[in-house]
Design a protein around this ligand. Structure first.
Ligand code: OXD
Ligand code: MN
Length: 636
């Protein structure tokens, strides 16, 4: 329509604003026609099923984040932590505070593609399977109209640097804008993802808080969710994830555990690479030689602290590539190269302080989201472990909104409260952390919380022996883990909650990775948590762990003068770990191998594999355990 201005005869163009619609649903932001046909079909299908009030195609920009933050502040879902720049506190519904393993399923046509053949009468713990048909019934009882009255956000994201040959693309729809804010920290959300995707395939990620309007349940803390109906489902054959009812990180930030571990482990098996629950860190020694190692620990064993270690011995430099997930692939010259598929840290807050992890603390001074932590009266975050780092006597409001002070008793923050912070802000982030080629990994380190029997460090005798060691990873249960009644829990390869397929096949995949011409990384097992008869830690841990890493690196360099054989692997020869300046470390106790303990432990591990992995256990793993038992029998 053209208008004539009578005074000066200027012509103003007034354009009609055309609101795009998908069906009857308006596109509130973005251009639907710019999406590939495959993405359009996916989005249109979601719209038809979930009946949102609008579609918001995200671009990951700061302006977009500001707009959403503004909305969430107004609504009360977020509180500004005024002590910092752009830091926010979110309190969830107190019933939605953790990953829910019991509601997490993998659906494949063949059950044994997902779970191993467990011993008869045994409850499997390595993954939960449901048939796609039965799951469809469950999903049909949840998803139709689940976004009624809510906006549906469409998030294009890359796991790994955008465009890297090691990266993969996902598209997540969600009705939670908290999830959008966290996704843009934890993954790379950008319109460039659409370009790289072209007409290609992507992992379909569907998330709903499961709380359509009008709500059927009282909404607490402006956190609509549906704890009774939580379901986190994976369809590896279709490369699809559907998550319902929870907004908590591992359940809702689908790029992380669901995609980068469960779905990616299946893709990795099919394509011949590895998707692992591992940190990647670089260590530069006093001789200025740099090494990269990957390390797998069960949840809540200090993986983030190790990834950002502050060395207790001068002359070493640590740089962080990633703190939770590693995707690794052998390159053409046989070198294992790893990337961190994530873009942020989703770390456990309690216990993090300037002593345990100064680099994490410095990472989240701005642009970060804190979930279920407490708040100080001066607008700061607070959790257990920060007692010495806040003004004395300061008033605190707990994660549940109650007044509190240090010494009050009980906990101020939820034990599984988290910080979500951009990795780029980490003061020791490695300059190559986004290198599309990845970094060369020379060692893989397993570990767990093992109060008794397990030495500070063990080196595997071979790749297969290392796979056996990884298969036998166990750890003491902590407050952050779901309780099973047992104190030491098996967490093979630190992947128990994250396995995307039959664990026996996964072990075989690891074994098959060893091929002529490949430089297989050395495999180690570490234990920072051994205690003496009084329950006192035998090893100082934290920054002093650099001493163990140093021994590991000398072994990677082939130093043959520093090891001795043992039935469980190669151990450091006495005096070969640098203990200078450490008082009170009793090497004999740290490295002792009590015969009865190890006989029991070996049998228990074998029993675990027989029970849980059964006929899917690769024969070599059982043989190696048999050999270990026989060696201890001789020592009896
Ligand atoms: C995590 C976990 O959140 O492993 O990283 O539980
Ligand atoms: Mn983890």
């Amino acid at each position: 329509m053209a208008l004539r201005n009578e005074e000066d005869n200027l012509v103003y163009e007034v354009h009609e604003i055309v609101v795009q619609r998908v069906g009857h649903v308006p596109v509130a932001k973005g251009d639907f026609t710019h999406l590939s046909k495959k993405v359009q079909r996916f989005v249109a299908h979601c719209v038809q099923q979930f009946k949102p009030r609008g579609i918001y195609i995200c671009d990951g920009s700061q302006e977009e984040a500001d707009e959403i933050i503004h909305k969430l502040l107004e609504r009360g879902t977020l509180t500004r932590l005024t002590k910092y720049k752009n830091n926010y506190l979110c309190r969830t519904d107190p019933e939605d505070v953790a990953r829910v393993e019991s509601k997490t399923f993998i659906c494949t046509q063949n059950k044994y593609d997902t779970v191993p053949h467990v011993r008869e009468g045994v409850q499997g713990t390595l993954g939960r399977w449901m048939s796609p048909e039965n799951m469809k019934k469950e999903l049909d009882a949840r998803f139709p109209s689940c976004m009624a009255g809510r906006m549906m956000y469409v998030i294009p994201f890359s796991m790994g640097p955008v465009g890297s040959p090691l990266s993969k693309i996902g598209v997540q729809v969600t009705d939670s804008n908290y999830v959008l804010l966290c996704m843009r920290i934890m993954t790379r959300v950008s319109p460039k993802v659409w370009e790289v995707l072209g007409d290609g395939d992507f992992v379909k990620c569907i998330h709903s808080m499961g709380c359509p309007r009008p709500v059927q349940r009282r909404v607490k803390n402006h956190w609509p969710c549906n704890p009774e109906k939580v379901l986190i489902t994976h369809f590896p054959e279709e490369r699809k994830i559907k998550s319902f009812g929870s907004g908590y990180g591992g359940n809702s930030l689908l790029g992380k555990k669901c995609f980068a571990l469960r779905i990616a482990s299946v893709i990795a098996r099919d394509e011949g690479w590895m998707a692992e629950h591992m940190l990647i860190m670089s260590i530069t020694t006093p001789k200025k030689k740099e090494y990269f190692v990957a390390a797998a620990f069960p949840s809540a064993c200090g993986k983030t602290n190790l990834a950002m270690l502050n060395p207790g011995v001068p002359g070493y430099k640590i740089q962080c590539v990633g703190d939770d997930i590693a995707w690794m692939r052998f390159d053409d010259s046989g070198v294992l190269r790893g990337i961190n598929p994530e873009a942020g840290f989703f770390g456990v807050a309690p216990g993090t302080n300037m002593k345990t992890n100064p680099n994490a603390m410095l990472t989240f001074q701005e642009n970060s989201i804190f979930t279920n932590v407490a708040e100080t009266a001066d607008g700061g975050y607070y959790w257990e472990g920060l007692e010495d780092e806040v003004p004395k006597g300061i008033g605190i409001t707990t994660w549940l909104g109650q007044p509190w002070h240090i010494g009050h008793g009980g906990k101020s923050a939820h034990p599984n409260s988290r910080f979500t912070a951009p990795a780029s802000q980490c003061p020791i982030i490695h300059p190559k952390w986004e290198d599309p080629k990845g970094v060369p990994v020379c060692a893989i380190i397993f570990g767990g919380r093992r109060p008794t029997g397990v030495p500070l460090v063990i080196e595997a005798k071979s790749w297969a022996h290392g796979v056996m060691i990884g298969a036998c990873v166990k750890s003491e249960a902590t407050a952050a883990a779901e309780h099973t009644g047992k104190n030491i829990m098996h967490d093979p390869m630190a992947m128990r909650p994250f396995m995307g397929y039959n664990f026996g096949h996964y072990l075989q995949h690891w074994l098959d990775l060893e091929k002529p011409g490949r430089k297989m990384p050395k495999i180690f097992h570490v234990n920072w948590f051994r205690v003496d008869e009084n329950g006192k830690f035998l090893w100082p841990g934290f920054g002093e762990n650099i001493r163990v890493l140093d021994w590991i690196l000398r072994r990677c360099d082939g130093d043959d003068s520093i090891w001795q054989d043992s039935p469980i692997g190669l151990l450091p020869k006495k005096g070969t770990i640098n203990m200078s300046g450490l008082s009170d470390v009793r090497e004999e106790d740290l490295f002792s191998l009590p015969t009865h303990y190890w006989l029991d432990d070996t049998r228990e591990s074998r029993r675990f594999l027989e029970d849980q992995v059964g006929s899917d256990t690769p024969a070599i793993i059982t043989q190696l355990l048999d050999q270990q038992e026989a060696a201890f029998q001789k020592l009896k």
